[in-house]
Ligand binder design. Sequence first.
Ligand SMILES: [Zn+2]
Length: 213
Amino acid sequence: MSIEPLLQGYRRFRSGRFPAAQKLYRELEARGQSPKVMFIACCDSRVDPATIFDTSPGELFVLRNIANLVPPDSPIARLQATAAALEFAVLYLNVEHIVIMGHAQCGGAKVLLGDYEEHWLSSGYLGSWMSIATPARERLMRSSCPPGERQQQIEYQIVRLGLENLLTYQWIRERVEAGALEIHGCHFGIANGVLTLFDGKTGEFNAVPLEKS
Ligand SMILES: [Zn+2]
């Protein structure tokens, strides 16, 4: 394909949504961004947080990587975009929430389950990156999860592990303990549109009601 469809989209944006939002864009440029929420989502083309949560420019600080992973704090993390984005969001933007969003049919999760070529795990950048989630895979394999549910369960485990890894950063842990920052996990179902939210008390994911209670 050529990039012409993209340019046509840009022209629609300039003639449609941009004029409607230009006042907001001007304000955002003048006073800078002050998003209250940071998202860590997958690069997957089907799971754009701004679309799913129907947000406006300036509302979400979004970091997307393969399989929405959070590496634990370590010297290696210093070279990773994820840790740098976390630091910027927490220490400079003072976000009040961090949300990790997993999703259905995640290709990174499939790599962890061995559904892809074995060499992806043993060599290359993708395998090295996914090794961050090895503890999630080990937890799944120790559980009695039926094979048919493994894909969704590893996606959940990745989110749970990410929430744990967030707390390995001292400046995140301190803010969470002080009540200045909340961390959340969720999972988007793609085909059915269902968003489930991680419940820290039960460890389970529950569908978000469509009617506000
Ligand atoms: Zn994914």
